[in-house]
Ligand binder design. Structure first.
Ligand SMILES: *[C@@H]1O[C@H](CO)[C@@H](O)[C@H](O)[C@H]1NC(C)=O
Ligand SMILES: *[C@@H]1O[C@H](CO)[C@@H](O)[C@H](O)[C@H]1NC(C)=O
Ligand SMILES: *[C@@H]1O[C@H](CO)[C@@H](O)[C@H](O)[C@H]1NC(C)=O
Ligand SMILES: *[C@@H]1O[C@H](CO)[C@@H](O)[C@H](O)[C@H]1NC(C)=O
Length: 824
C-alpha cells in the first residue's frame, strides 16, 4: 500500500476518501518503507513465510494490538506484541515508519500510541519482518544485523524464539527478558524471567519483586538446578563475556516449530513443540515441582521432593525454630550446630555436600581461572565466605564460585553438584588423627580404587558407545582406543565409525554429495533423524593424525553464522572424517549457474549471500582468534541453508596464520583454477588478499550467473574478470548482471557490488581491500575507489596450457580443487 507523505495527515481525518486512492503494489511484502503504511486489516509476511505481522484481538478482548504470529501453523500463536500496554480501541490504526528510523503506531486521532526508538538516524529507513520472527528497523540497503536501528528481539514479550538472546548487554545495559501476559485477553506484562547480574549471573522468575523460581547458575553444561540436556530439538548456549551475558538456543531442524513461553495462567516457563496432528505439545516446564519454589526450605535447608516432609536441614545444621519447622513452616531455615568462630582460617574446614542445586548466587564472588584449591584457600581466609564450588564442571575446567552469605534455595537433584560448606573443625573430626589413618589405609584404598576404576571405565566406555550411536553425545569426552588423547582436548563429539557407516548407508554412491578438497562428501542421517554431511578424507591425503587434529581444532573453534558448523569427527584406524551440519539447499553453484534455479535467487537474495560470505570471511581473517585464510573459496564451497543464508565450508585447505604474519609462502599450492590470485597460483604466496581475490571472482559470478573459468564471449578472449573490467571501463557495468534478475530498484546495489568485486580482483595484493573494508563498502553509500586492472584476466589460455591436467575434462570437473606440488 502506498500513500504520499503529504497526504498522510489528511488521511487521518479523511480516511474514507483517501482509501480509494490507495494503490496496491507487488513489492516485497515483508517490509514497510517510508512511503507505505500498514492498516488494521493488512499484514506483512516474512520472506520465508514463517511469520506474519499485523493487528489482532487477543482472546475475547475487543482491543486491537499490533503483533507477530506464526504464519505456517494453524493455531494462531502470537509471539510478540508491540503496544502491550496501550491497546487500540478503534478500527482506524496505522503503522508507519518515518525518517530518522522510528516505527510509529497511530490511533484514529493521529496520536502516537506506541513507537520503537533508536539512538541513530538514517536516510532511508525500512521496517522488515525477518523469517526468524524478528521485526527490525534498518537502513534500506544495510542488512547487517549489527547496524539495525531497532529490533523486536531486543524487547521480547512472553515468547523466547530461536535465535533470541535472553540476557544483558553489559556495555549498553540493554536487558532482554521475558514477561508473561496478564491474561489470555491482556498482553500487558505480568511475571518476568530475567537475568540478575548481582554476583554470578543467574535467571529469576519473578512476580513483581517476588522471586518465584531460579534455574540455578550456569555450570558450563547446564543450569545447576534444571534437567536441561543436549536433545534432538534444540542446541543451547550460555554466553558470559565482558560485553554480554545471555542464554540462547537454535533449532536443530529449522523446520521444526518449538518455542519457550512464559505462561501467564500457571506462571511457569514452558517449552512447546508444534505437531501438525496434535497441535502444540508440551516438551518441558520449569519450575517443575514444589522443591523448585524459591527458597522453599529457607536458609541452609535442602528440599528433596521424594521425602516427607520435603524439607530438611543440611547435615550438621539444625532448624532455627524447631517448633515452626515441625509444624511445616520451613521459611526460617536452619543454622549451624556449631557456630563458626572465624579466626583467620584456623579451626575451620569444609564439608562437601553432593548432588545439590547450587544456592542463590546474588551474594557471591567468582573467578573463572582459579583452581578449586585456590578457591578453598581464599574462602578459608575470608570470614564472609560460607561456601565454595566449581564454577565450571566441565572436564578440565574449574573456576571458583564463593558464597559471601547464607546459602538459600538448595534442593537435591539427580544431576546436582558438589558444594563445600565452611564448618567448625569440631564438626569435621580431628584432621591430625585422620592424616595417620589415611597413610595406613592408603595402599588398600589404592588397590581397591584401581579395581573399581577399571571396572567403571569399562562400563562407562560401553555406555558411551551406545550414546555415540544415538548421535546425541555432545561434549568431547568419548573415546575410541585408537586416538584417546586426540579427542580429549578437542571438546568436540566423536562419532563411532559404525554410526557413520549406518548413517551414510555404507558411503553409498547415491548419498555422495560431491568431492571436496581432500576427499568425497556424503550425506547421512543419524538414527535420531538428524541430517549430516560427512567429509571422508581420502587415505591418499598425506595428512597425518596430528595435522588432522590441528585442522579439527581450528574448525571446532570457529563459530559464525556464515560458516558451516562442525558437529564432530571420526578417527578410527586409517579413516579420518569430519561431520558437518547438512544444509538443505546444498551449494551456491547449483543455483547461480543453473538456468532455472538461478531465477529463485533474485537480487536481494544474491546481495544477502554476498554480504554473508563477506562477513564470514571477516570473521575468518580477523575476528576469530585464529586468523584463518581459507585458500579455496569458490561457489561450490558456499552452502546455503533453508533461508538462503550462505555458509562457507570446506576448510580442508585453511591455514591459520599468526597475528603478526600477513602472508606466507607455500610449496604446496592448493586451490581451484579461476579463483586463484596470480601471486598465489604463480609464486605460491598466499595471504588474506588471496582470499579477497577469490571473493571478488565469486561476487562477479553471483552477479552475472556465469563461471569465471570457462567464460567465453564472441568479442574477446577475456575471462569473466576481463569481461567485467572491459564493460566497467566503458561505463556499461550493468551489462554484467544476470539478465534474469535485472531490476531497476537495485541498480545502485548491483553497480556497487561489481565495483567492489573489481577492487578485490586487482592485480596487486596491496591494492585489494581487506574483507572488513569490503563489508563497509557493500553496506554504505559512500564513494568507492576506482579499481585498477584485474589480475589474470586474459591469461586464461596460458594458465590452462601450463597445467594441462584438466584440459579436456568436462567443466564440472574443472571445479575440483587441485593440489600442486612445486619443486622449490
Ligand atoms: C528504548 O526504549 C526503552 C524502553 O522505553 C528504553 O529502555 C531504551 O533505553 C530505549 N533505547 C534507546 C536507544 O533509546
Ligand atoms: C582470578 O584468579 C587468577 C588466578 O588466581 C588471577 O590471576 C586473576 O587476577 C583473578 N581475577 C580476578 C578478577 O580476580
Ligand atoms: C571477602 O571476599 C570478598 C570478595 O573478594 C571481599 O569483597 C570481601 O571484602 C572479603 N572479606 C573479608 C573480610 O576479607
Ligand atoms: C525436519 O522437520 C521436518 C518437518 O517436521 C521433517 O519433514 C524433516 O524430515 C526433518 N528433518 C530432519 C533432518 O529431521
Amino acid at each position: 500500500m502506498r500513500i504520499s507523505t503529504d497526504s498522510f495527515s489528511m488521511f487521518l481525518s479523511l480516511t474514507s476518501v483517501i482509501v480509494i486512492l490507495i494503490i496496491s503494489e507487488a513489492e516485497a511484502t515483508d517490509r514497510i518503507t517510508t512511503t507505505q503504511f500498514l492498516r488494521e486489516n493488512e499484514t506483512i509476511v516474512s520472506s520465508g513465510g514463517s511469520f506474519e505481522l499485523g493487528f489482532f484481538r487477543p482472546g475475547s478482548s475487543q482491543n486491537l494490538y499490533l503483533g507477530i504470529w506464526y504464519k505456517k501453523i494453524t493455531t494462531r500463536t502470537v509471539v510478540w506484541v508491540a503496544n502491550r500496554e496501550a491497546p487500540l480501541t478503534n478500527q482506524s490504526v496505522i503503522l508507519k515508519i518515518s525518517s530518522p528510523g522510528i516505527l510509529n503506531l497511530y490511533n484514529e486521532t493521529g496520536f502516537i500510541i506506541w513507537s520503537s526508538n533508536t539512538s541513530r538516524s538514517v536516510e532511508d529507513p525500512i521496517a522488515q519482518l525477518l523469517d526468524s520472527g524478528n521485526l527490525v528497523v534498518r537502513e534500506a540497503n544495510d542488512d547487517n544485523p549489527e547496524n539495525f536501528l531497532w529490533q523486536s528481539f531486543d524487547y521480547p514479550g512472553n515468547t523466547f524464539l530461536p535465535g533470541m538472546k535472553l540476557g544483558k548487554n553489559l556495555i549498553t545495559d540493554l536487558d532482554r527478558y521475558l514477561s508473561s501476559w496478564k491474561s489470555n485477553d491482556d498482553p500487558a506484562p505480568g511475571n518476568t524471567y530475567r537475568i540478575d547480574t548481582r554476583g554470578y549471573p543467574q535467571f529469576f522468575l519473578r512476580n513483581g519483586a517476588i522471586e518465584k523460581y531460579r534455574p540455578g547458575p550456569w555450570n558450563g553444561l547446564t543450569f545447576s538446578g534444571t534437567s536441561l540436556k543436549p536433545n534432538k530439538i534444540f542446541n543451547y548456549s550460555f554466553v558470559f563475556s565482558k560485553e554480554e551475558v545471555y542464554y540462547t538456543y537454535e533449532l536443530i531442524n529449522s523446520s521444526v516449530v518449538s518455542i519457550s513461553v512464559l505462561n501467564q495462567s500457571v506462571g511457569v516457563m514452558q517449552r512447546w513443540t508444534w505437531t501438525d496432528n496434535r497441535g502444540w505439545i508440551l516438551f518441558s516446564e520449569i519450575p517443575k515441582d514444589n522443591c523448585d519454589i524459591y527458597a522453599s526450605c529457607g536458609e541452609y535447608g535442602s528440599c528433596n521432593i521424594g521425602n516427607s516432609p520435603q524439607c530438611g536441614c543440611l547435615d550438621k545444621f539444625v532448624p532455627r525454630h524447631q517448633n515452626n519447622w515441625d509444624s511445616g513452616d520451613w521459611s526460617s531455615g536452619c543454622i549451624r550446630r556449631v557456630p563458626l568462630a572465624c579466626r583467620g582460617g584456623e579451626g575451620e574446614g569444609f564439608m562437601k555436600y553432593s548432588g545439590l542445586k547450587l544456592p542463590d548466587t546474588r551474594n557471591s564472588w567468582f573467578n573463572t581461572s582459579m583452581t578449586l584449591e585456590e578457591c578453598r584457600k581464599m574462602c578459608l581466609g575470608n570470614c564472609s565466605c560460607m561456601a565454595y564450588a566449581r564454577l565450571d564442571i566441565r572436564k578440565g575446567a574449574s573456576g571458583c564460585l564463593m558464597w559471601l552469605g547464607s546459602l538459600v534455595d538448595i534442593r537435591e537433584t539427580d544431576d546436582g553438584q558438589d558444594i563445600y560448606v565452611k564448618m567448625a573443625s569440631s564438626e569435621l573430626g580431628s584432621q591430625g588423627k585422620r592424616r595417620e589413618a589415611i597413610i595406613v589405609s592408603l595402599t588398600l584404598v589404592i588397590g581397591v580404587s584401581l579395581l573399581c576404576l577399571s571396572l567403571s571405565l569399562y562400563f562407562w566406555k560401553k555406555k558411551h558407545r551406545q550414546l555415540e550411536r544415538t548421535g546425541i553425545m555432545s561434549h568431547g569426552s568419548s573415546h575410541t582406543e585408537t586416538s584417546k588423547s586426540h579427542k580429549e582436548d578437542l571438546q568436540l563429539p566423536s562419532f563411532d565409525l559404525t554410526t557413520i557407516v549406518d548413517a551414510t548407508d555404507n558411503f553409498s554412491l547415491h548419498n555422495k554429495l560431491g568431492e571436496g578438497g581432500f576427499g568425497p562428501v556424503y550425506k547421512g542421517v543419524l538414527e535420531g533423524g538428524q541430517e549430516i554431511a560427512v567429509k571422508r578424507l581420502s587415505s591418499s591425503s598425506r595428512q597425518g593424525p596430528d595435522e588432522f587434529k590441528n585442522e579439527v581444532i581450528y574448525i571446532a573453534k570457529l563459530q559464525h553464522r556464515n560458516l558451516v558448523k562442525l558437529l564432530g569427527c571420526c578417527i578410527q584406524g586409517e579413516e579420518k572424517m569430519l561431520i558437518y551440519e547438512y544444509l538443505s539447499n546444498k551449494s551456491l553453484n547449483l543455483f547461480i549457474f543453473d538456468e532455472t534455479l538461478s531465477k529463485l535467487l533474485d537480487w536481494p537474495k544474491r546481495f544477502h549471500i554476498i554480504n554473508g560470505i563477506a562477513r564470514g570471511l571477516v570473521y575468518l581473517h580477523q575476528d576469530s582468534r585464529l586468523r584463518i585464510i581459507h585458500r579455496d573459496l569458490k561457489a561450490s564451497n558456499i552452502l546455503l541453508d533453508i533461508d538462503m543464508t550462505p555458509k562457507i565450508s570446506d576448510f580442508g585447505m585453511a591455514r591459520s596464520f599468526g597475528a603478526n604474519e600477513t602472508e606466507a609462502n607455500t610449496n604446496r599450492v592448493v586451490g581451484t583454477y579461476g579463483y586463484m590470485s596470480p601471486e598465489y597460483a604463480v609464486d605460491g604466496i598466499f595471504s588474506v588478499k588471496s582470499d579477497v581475490f577469490s571473493f571478488g571472482v565469486l561476487v562477479l559470478e553471483i552477479v552475472s550467473g556465469k563461471r569465471n573459468r570457462g567464460f567465453s564471449h564472441s568479442n574477446h578472449l577475456h575471462n569473466l574478470l576481463g569481461h567485467a573490467w572491459k564493460l566497467y571501463q566503458e561505463g556499461r557495468a550493468l551489462e554484467v548482471v544476470d539478465a534474469a534478475i535485472v531490476n531497476s530498484i537495485y541498480v545502485s546495489e548491483m553497480l556497487r557490488s561489481i565495483q567492489v568485486a573489481l577492487l578485490c580482483v586487482q592485480q596487486s595484493p596491496e591494492d585489494r581491500p581487506s574483507m572488513s573494508s569490503v563489508v563497509l563498502m557493500l553496506g554504505n553509500d559512500g564513494a568507492l575507489p576506482q579499481p585498477k586492472q584485474p589480475g589474470f584476466f586474459t591469461e586464461r589460455k596460458v594458465v590452462e596450457s601450463e597445467y594441462s591436467t584438466s584440459r579436456d575434462t568436462p567443466s564440472s570437473v574443472n571445479e575440483i580443487t587441485i593440489t600442486l606440488l612445486e619443486a622449490r
